[in-house]
Ligand binder design. Structure first.
Ligand SMILES: [Zn+2]
Length: 353
């Protein structure tokens, strides 16, 4: 089978590999839609893929049809259409019993795609623990919507969950790429009253407003922190979600948090040893500001809840799809587009039917 691989640092290319096979609890899935992600850009062109063997097939965002199941799989059969979460933990491990399945085999190990095995940009791909990880694609959800669920939606929502967004609260979302936009939508669904979205790309600003942003903070108009303080009568926000930028974004978020506020980070950061946090803004370390960062939990139950939100019309994540491709081989162009990040891009995806 063919797959699009990281052939070396900063290099991609098509490779030919044997079709994977399913262990007793696993499934083999054929993609119906897939999308590139910023994490692939970090893995191919940044530091995050430095550990990878050559010719690792990329991709962790897909919707597909089950092609084979192992002998112990109960709830899925060949031909089922499924949402595949980016995070597919081993749920039998102790970290899962503690509530952190996404760290099942060591920190951040819950995404075996690309890291421990080939990813989804292939004619077929392997999914571990199919009953625990796959979710049936409900009728009434388009592939354009579904392909946003397995990573963008669940990750952005996790930012809002980590930030403890409460009814009637004030929330700042730093970054309105696709994950940040889903952070805005998550904060809206959790009942935030005021949602300040930090970003400037016109397409993303428009979608941020549709997902519930009440104000847009554009750094072209002045200091981001000052603008947020001005718009909150100098008080700051209850919750901050960071979903983009470099390590300095954490310091900015801490500056705008009220005492008692919580930061939820879902931004994978690189190119730094440490995260600088302004001491005064954290009350010399006594400011009762909670900083949380997490990898979104994967798994079937969460995917089913995400899909239910789309099915029942609570949000339409396909609003983020700015560049739609239709052929299998187009994933290469979509991935390069993600790397080049033209100003009108929010999310590219390949929709195969
Ligand atoms: Zn992703």
């Amino acid at each position: 089978m063919k797959g699009l691989a990281r052939t070396g640092k900063g290099q991609i290319g098509w490779v030919e590999k044997p079709r994977p096979s399913a262990g007793p609890r696993d499934a083999i899935v054929r993609p119906l839609a897939f999308a590139p992600c910023t994490s692939e850009i970090h893995m191919i062109w940044g530091e995050m893929g430095d550990f990878m063997p050559p010719d690792r097939i990329m991709g962790h965002e897909a919707v597909g049809v089950v092609d084979e199941v192992g002998s112990e799989v109960c709830d899925f059969s060949t031909g089922d259409r499924v949402i595949v979460p980016a995070i597919t933990p081993t749920f039998g491990r102790v970290p899962a019993q503690r509530g952190f399945a996404q760290h099942c085999n060591g920190m951040c190990s819950g995404m075996p795609f690309c890291t421990a095995k080939d990813g989804v940009f292939a004619e077929y791909f392997h999914v571990n623990d199919a009953d625990a990880n796959l979710a049936h694609l409900p009728a009434g959800i388009s592939l354009e919507q579904a392909v946003m669920i397995g990573d963008m939606m669940t990750t952005g929502f996790y930012g809002a969950e980590l930030a403890d967004v409460a009814l009637g609260s004030t929330v700042a979302v730093f970054g309105i790429g696709p994950v940040g936009l889903m952070g805005v939508a998550g904060a809206h669904l959790l009942g935030a009253a005021q949602i300040l979205a930090v970003g400037s790309r016109p397409n993303a600003v428009k979608v941020a407003r549709e997902f519930g942003a009440t104000e847009i903070i554009d750094y072209h108009n002045g200091d981001t922190v000052q603008q947020i303080m001005d718009l909150t009568d100098g008080e700051g926000v209850d919750s901050a979600v960071t979903a983009g930028g470099d390590v300095s974004i954490i310091g900015q978020a801490v500056q705008v948090l009220k005492p008692g506020g919580t930061l939820g980070n879902v931004n994978a950061m690189e190119h730094a040893e440490n995260i600088p946090i302004p001491l005064a803004a954290w009350g010399s370390g006594l400011g009762d500001k909670t900083i949380r960062g997490g990898l979104c939990p994967g798994g079937r139950a969460r995917m089913e809840r995400m899909a239910a939100l789309v099915k029942h019309g609570r949000l339409d994540p396909s609003l983020m799809l700015t560049h739609r491709f239709t052929n299998f081989a187009d994933i290469e162009e979509a991935l390069i587009l993600m790397h080049e990040k033209p100003r009108d891009l929010i999310k590219p995806a390949v929709i195969l039917e």
